[in-house]
Ligand binder design. Sequence first.
Ligand code: AMP
Length: 579
Amino acid sequence: MLEKMKMEEEFDPEVIIEEFEALSKDAERVQKETLKKILTENGESEYLLVRCGLGRRTDPENFKACVPLVTHADLDPYIQRIADSTEPICVLTGKPITTISLSSGTTGGKPKFVPFNDGLMEITVLMYKTSFAYRNREYPIEEGKALQFIYSSMQFKTAGGLAAGTSTTNVYRHPLFKPTMQALHAPCCSPDAVIFGPDFRQSSYCHLLLALVSRCQIQLIASTFAFTIVHAFRSFEIDWQNLVADIRHGRLPAARITAPGIRAAVSELLGPNPELADEIHRACAAAASRNWYGIIPAVFPNAKYVYAIMTGSMEPYIGKLRQYAGDLPLVAGDYGASEGWIGANIRPKRPPESVTFVVRPDIGYFEFIPMNDEEESSCPVGLTEVEIGREYEVVITNVAGLYRYKLGDIVKIKGFHNSTPELEFVCRKNVVLTINMDKNTEKDLQIATEEAARVLTAEKYEVVDFTSRVDFSTEPAHYVIFWEVSGDPAEELLQECCNCLDMAFKDAGYVSSRKVNTIGALELKVMKKGTFQKIMDHYIGLGAVVSQFKTPRCVGADNTAVLGILCGNAVKTFFSTAF
Ligand code: AMP
């Protein structure tokens, strides 16, 4: 009882907002205190003590003078030692790290290891609370349930025996997660067996099934990324009659739900309910006749909003989400990464396309490297020193052993909330190809092209130039790679190149999405000779200089001129048969 009262007080939206407003009014001081706390707790770590020689100093000036700006590659040897050690060691933090997160922001085809600890989890809770408080002001939700499309990947042990999994897995498995969701009135309607199930398709089906069973209690539809909700409702369009039949008869389809843990847990919650089945059938049949417009409120009449990250690489899914959500508001999720959180969306009524994130100054120490400015590019500025309208790369220092870590994200300053900045997410610094969880950089594209081009060079042909795009007009979306090649290679050879390209994108997100066909077969388009010359001519016409010209390695959907050149000059098209 006391515990419950304490939780209620801690999660009182007005108290949270008041606290956040106070912090944001005094961002500079809060930043200094946050840095001091991080350095006091971790000053004894090998990295700060030996590598950086920081001693016991905790002020920003000495911190910046002693500690270098780093990328993940710089810290990787330290993180690897933590992961490999069978003894608890204080390499990056004052207290040994016991859990590792696998960041999906992969480069070079390898997921990155980043440290995870209780401090990071506490920050996660703070962020959940902050954006919830502002959301709840606009869209209050009562005691109920949430249809949360959450899935946990398998946790494994590192060589040294540390638990490792995606950051969301580490969050869902943390003892603070469930009580937090409960306090935020958003407990997931599915049991753990579904969330932690071995097969995401089975889990997704059961998330939907169990939400339908308690459809009037569902207050909220949520996932981390918008893609997941869209994907689930695309499946719903196909599966709805099966779901209705399962509810009618109170049984799970044997061929579809095979995981014993999921079967046992879900069967317990199912009973024959022909009346409910009829209601849902009527709602779905009506929505199907309007191309699924408003299916979400039709089946979940008490839902208040749909919540997920809809910015950055998720923007392409907003349209589809709107179609499913009908009149229900779409509320964009906060901005964070496996490495830590950055900002909260405190203006939930803003359309997701123009959402900004307000940095919480007490969750880390933030610096910003100005972009598009050669001279200043190595000189970061502090949180309160950023300029409105400028773009910066985010640098974070956090409680889990990352110091002056370049996140690789570009943000634009849109304004200030009191004295703390409001950021707009611009893009990954170097990801060029992304559909859902996949992230491929220019470098990854280059490596894939080089690998596939070996098939050609063995036959004395070569790739003259190349570029790429993501085609979101197909379902599922897929990568298109444009090649101009020398000579006239046989069709069989080019088909082999196409398959090879598809296999050469090795990032875990791409490979797993290809396997379950949430990314479609890669398309290779072979260009007429001289196509890339035309592209260059186009840029020159716009004012570029030849000596500095670089072929764009990825062409955005808004670049209609270049897309026009590419599509008008394709002579052959191949689709991968590799998966
Ligand atoms: P991960 O590697 O899975 O931890 O993904 C973290 C990355 O996802 C961030 O560095 C961003 O590039 C992206 N991201 C996270 N939140 C948002 C957001 N709200 N809007 C746009 N991109 C985001």
